[in-house]
Design a protein around this ligand. Structure first.
Ligand code: F6R
Length: 243
């Protein structure tokens, strides 16, 4: 697609279509997996518009977010709780109890990860998992070298990720949390459908490794070549390295 704005619009209309055709209702929730980051912001804004225009309701939608930092207070502006509430949830009619974000302050982080997987299973699995990727090909916090069958777990972040994220922490790398909770590649692979949003020339190498070379755990997003229903929604800039 032409640019990031068109990607955002396309992605939002796809979500609208999927939820509408599913026709959710009491006891029949549409289950959505969600990312944070810069890439999906435009999509969230369009979804909020659809809600305000009365075209879409989240009353019977259950969501699971991909990841959360360990040890950041919930109300820290860089926590993914804060991001999701501010950028999306508070603007729509989702029931707070149905919007699941991993708790990076849980006393037992391993148990928290297990609880999250159990909740996904209880919800009947994810219908549509939306994701974004890093320039190194990570999806969620599944850094290069992560197992392609991984489940939700505690992950120590790669140096490149700390570098990339320090801009959100006053350019001070020592303030970036060293660990995060993240869904595994296997967790996302289990979704019925996956939609990955990729925009910008800085993602061009990752996109080419993701789709034009073999499945490789150094570029974890390449795992989705083996997913029966995976969409990569890209702008022109992201495709510059494709053959
Ligand atoms: C988000 C996530 C990450 C981001 C990726 C791209 O929950 O887990 O995989 O999608 O780091 O981030 P942006 O969109 O900021 O370039």
């Amino acid at each position: 697609l032409e640019d990031a704005g068109v990607v955002a619009d396309w992605a939002a209309r796809f979500v609208l279509q999927r939820i509408t055709e599913f026709a959710p209702g009491p006891g029949r929730h549409f289950v959505l997996g969600l990312p944070t980051g810069g890439t999906p912001l435009g999509m969230y804004r369009r979804l909020i518009d659809f809600y305000k225009e009365g075209r879409l309701s989240f009353k019977y939608v259950t969501t699971f977010n991909m990841d959360e930092y360990v040890g950041l207070p919930r109300d820290h502006p860089e926590s993914y709780h804060y991001y999701m509430w501010n950028e999306f949830f508070k603007h729509v009619d989702i029931e707070p109890g149905n919007a699941h974000v991993l708790d990076g302050n849980a006393a037992d982080l391993v148990a928290e990860c297990r609880r999250f997987e159990d909740l996904i299973a209880q919800a009947g699995g994810v219908h549509l998992f939306i994701g974004g990727i890093g320039p190194d090909g990570h999806i969620a916090f599944n850094e290069p070298g992560s197992s392609l069958v991984s489940r939700t777990r505690v992950k120590t972040l790669a140096y490149d990720t700390l570098e990339a994220n320090k801009r959100f922490f006053g350019h001070d790398i020592s303030k970036v949390p060293r660990q995060a909770l993240t869904v595994g590649v296997g967790t996302v692979m289990d979704a019925k459908e996956v939609m990955i949003l990729i925009t910008g020339v800085h993602k061009a190498l990752a996109l080419s490794r993701a789709v034009e070379e073999g499945v490789n755990h150094m570029w974890t997003v390449s795992a989705f070549q083996q997913h029966p229903q995976a969409l990569f929604i890209c702008d022109e800039d992201a495709t510059l390295e494709l053959r």
